[in-house]
Design a protein. Structure first.
Length: 185
């Protein structure tokens, strides 16, 4: 009887465990070599540094999403990505992106990068449009991209937006506490 009391819960636990497992049907993507990723990165530089928007259709999937953590925005789809590049190159016509290091792991690429540019066009910010400053900026960051079937489907972009704004001459003014009101008698 004691064995039965042990076996029944164990059998139920095993059944529950196997019934709750998700069937894995997604194929593991073929890993890209470091040489292949570097060749791909050269083409990505053409998009950013030269404004070659035709390459976007070649290198990025239609469902592409870019998670921009500095601005807390997402760029969704190829048309939005093309508009983002056009806007960037309008704000900084001499925009220059360099990859300092590239790390490849399975279907992901990690890019440590540096950007320079002179702000001569209106700035599109989450706070609205700001006038051009004529100042040069340099900022470093990291991007992580994921690809499926040789096309980038998603990327995460991280850099310090406050650093960029300060280089452009903007200052951050913290909110002031409310002034105390006089008590009414």
């Amino acid at each position: 009887m004691k064995k039965l009391l042990f076996v029944i819960p164990l059998a139920l636990l095993l059944c529950l465990n196997f019934s709750c497992q998700k069937q894995v049907t997604e194929e593991i993507p073929e890993a890209m070599t470091e040489e292949e990723m570097k060749a791909r990165a050269e083409r990505v530089l053409e998009i950013y540094n030269e404004g070659n928007l035709v390459l976007i259709d070649e290198l990025y999937a239609p469902e592409f999403v870019s998670h921009e953590y500095a601005t807390k925005e997402e760029v969704v789809g190829l048309d939005a990505f093309k508009q983002s590049i056009t806007s960037l190159r309008t704000q900084y016509p001499d925009f220059n992106l360099t990859f300092d290091e590239i790390i490849v792991k399975d279907d992901k690429g990690v890019f440590l990068w540096t950007v320079t540019g002179t702000n001569t066009g209106p700035l599109q910010t989450p706070m609205g449009e700001l006038p051009p400053t004529g100042k040069k900026v340099q900022v470093s960051g990291v991007s992580i991209s994921r690809r499926v079937n040789e096309k980038t489907v998603e990327q995460w972009v991280f850099y310090n937006m406050l650093d960029v704004m300060q280089q452009l001459g903007f200052t951050l003014t913290p909110p002031q506490p409310p002034e105390p009101q006089e008590e009414k008698k």
